[in-house]
Design a protein around this ligand. Structure first.
Ligand code: SAH
Length: 250
């Protein structure tokens, strides 16, 4: 298996593939005026195994197109949706977020948790905008500096891992420059990282390593995750996922 295949294999049995929680999803949704309204069209981009997709399906009356690059993530979502009798509300679509087969002004809401970084925040907010109806909402979480002062070690790490990382005010300015109005902003608290994402992932490391016979590449994948978790625990006062909810100007 390649490193990418191993990465997908490590994450595919998890409820989430990034930090977040049901509470965060519901809070972000509360900044839109869509709750309780019927017939809405929603896209969930980079849905993974669909933790947030299922929450959205329960709280919105509409149809969700759940998009991910990897069928290994979409299959468990499809199965879960069926088990929960939500299959009529959710359509899984294997596609890349930089080549989406959508129509202009198709959606009332575009959702994306912990995924836009794959194409870059500014690229994502710019190119996805055409798929939103005027007055439609974009709700997106993005890694964000939450303090003005940063220790060099964490600055160096993020400069290398994701140079587009910036503060909430800079991201909000980007959104405004691209024709969106801010509806709400908050950032994820430690439980959304640790309890909901890192701890279940850590609990799966041993079985993952056994499944792959402790192959060097599998060990490397686990070690990289362990380092990422340590980094978060040490520097969690300096960065988090910011959740940006904005409205496309009509
Ligand atoms: N929204 C989920 C998953 C976040 S992890 C959650 O919060 O739990 C990021 C997701 O983006 C992964 O599921 C990954 O497969 C997906 N992804 C990565 N590159 C992609 C691309 N080019 N197009 C679509 N999805 C992509």
């Amino acid at each position: 298996m390649t490193a990418l295949e191993l990465l997908v294999d490590l994450h595919k049995s998890q409820e989430r593939q990034g930090p977040g929680s049901k509470k965060d999803t519901i809070k972000a949704l509360s900044f839109t005026n869509l709750s309780g309204k019927s017939g809405k069209a929603i896209a969930d981009i980079g849905c993974g195994t669909g933790g947030q997709t299922l929450t959205l399906a329960r709280h919105l009356e509409g149809h969700i197109t759940a998009v991910d690059l990897f069928p290994q993530f979409l299959h468990p979502l499809q199965k879960q949706a069926k088990n929960l009798s939500l299959q009529n509300q959710i359509t899984c679509l294997e596609a890349s977020m930089d080549a989406l087969p959508f129509e202009k002004e198709q959606f009332d809401l575009i959702w994306s948790e912990g995924a836009i970084y794959n194409v870059g925040f500014e690229y994502g907010i710019r190119t996805w905008k055409e798929f939103l109806k005027p007055g439609g909402y974009l709700a997106v979480s993005e890694i964000t500096w939450i303090s003005q002062n940063r220790p060099k070690a964490i600055l160096d790490f993020w400069k290398q891992a994701y140079p587009e990382i910036t503060t909430a005010s800079n991201n909000i300015a980007k959104l405004e420059n691209h024709g969106y109005t801010l509806a709400g902003y908050f950032y994820l608290q430690p439980d959304s990282w640790l309890k909901n994402y890192y701890e279940p992932l850590e609990a799966s490391f041993e079985s993952f390593l056994e499944r792959h016979g402790h192959a060097a590449l599998a060990v490397k994948v686990v070690n990289e995750h362990r380092e990422e978790i340590e980094l978060y625990k040490t520097y969690r006062d300096y960065y988090s996922y910011g959740f940006y909810v904005v409205r496309k100007e009509g």
